[in-house]
Design a protein around this ligand. Sequence first.
Ligand code: NAD
Ligand code: TYD
Length: 373
Amino acid sequence: MRDGAEPAGRRSVHPLAGPGAHLLVSGGAGFIGSCFVREVLGRRDGTRITVLDKLTYAGSEANLAAIRADPEQAGRFRFVRGDIANPADVDPLVETTDAVVNFAAESHVDRSILDPEAFLTTGVIGVHVLLEACRRATERAREGARSAPRYLQVSTDEVYGSVEQGRSWEGDPLAPRSPYSAAKAAGDMLVRSYVATYGLDALVTRGANTYGPHQHPEKLIPLFVTNAIDDQPLPLYGDGLQRRDWLHVADHAGAIEFVLRHGASGEIYNIPGSAEMTNRDVVTVLLERLGKPWSLVRTVADRPGHDRRYAMDGGKLAALGWQNRMPFEAGIAETVDWFRANEGWWRAIRSGDWDDYYARQYGARLAASTQAD
Ligand code: NAD
Ligand code: TYD
């Protein structure tokens, strides 16, 4: 896999850009994957999508309800419940697809600290199973039986580790610091090895911290919005001066599709956000939009190994022709309003196993918390 910048001016279009392409979207019932599926089918260009999703605590068919409600889109859509780590679930689907876009992962850093195993099973074994299926399909393509599938691995800026100064670019060494980011880095490395060894048509995108409608309420922004709606404490880790670069989910999904269609095989593309901010500043914006007081914010014990800052260089993706569209101010207003208008969606998620997770993650922290200054 080539990590450096592409020659200026090169921008090819992959054959699956044409109407009638068939995509396999693993993890398509989650936050970013479901946005990708809604956006691609919503363009009504004939593209067909099969979603393969295990429906873990993080996945929900409710995220795809709008597609089922539209007969034209529903006709180009299929949902299969299954596990990317199980070849019996994966192999038959890859045989008939033009491209695999893999969103499936355990995605929450705090849960990876509590229980790392599932992160490795999905992030390492699962990616390997998908790549093996693509390798076999590519070999059949060389015998003339079909066209070779393209594989896109959805990865994260967290594989670069904490970036105290400057910006990460695609050629930087990986330095993950949580079980989540270590599993994601392993997935990236497997893709790299399948490009070099088997000549797979594969790419990696590394997206920034993503926010927007349908995000699971375990993550910072939806957790704080939904807690604040209920006047519950907002558990801010440490000094709250950690920095993240926020990317709206529609921009993240759009950039992934853009790279799928225009990216060069073997390349990695960073997808930066539109607003680098401290967590304290993000919380201030949320509370202002909600009309809730800062007194809800509690300082709690920090996350172990908490990465201080993520920041990526986006020059390579910009040179390919992509620009984010959603400014943070408009995106956060839309997101807060969506959570206010869709209480049924998040209250269903914040029930059952949620209470056990919340008690494990925040019980002792909140009991020992102080009012944030
Ligand atoms: P999510 O947790 O909302 O969704 C993950 C989806 O994958 C769920 O639908 C879940 O059921 C499914 N899944 C999990 N394990 C599976 C398995 N073994 N087989 C099949 N399906 C499985 O996650 P998200 O926030 O939408 O993230 C999607 C991808 O984007 C992940 O790979 C994540 O690492 C990456 N990413 C996320 C962010 C972010 O800020 N959320 C940023 C950059 C990259
Ligand atoms: P998160 O949404 O978990 O994303 P990531 O760990 O992938 O960056 O967290 C974003 C930031 O918010 C991160 O610096 C941790 C912090 N955070 C809190 O302060 N309190 C919380 O309860 C959570 C979930 C996150």
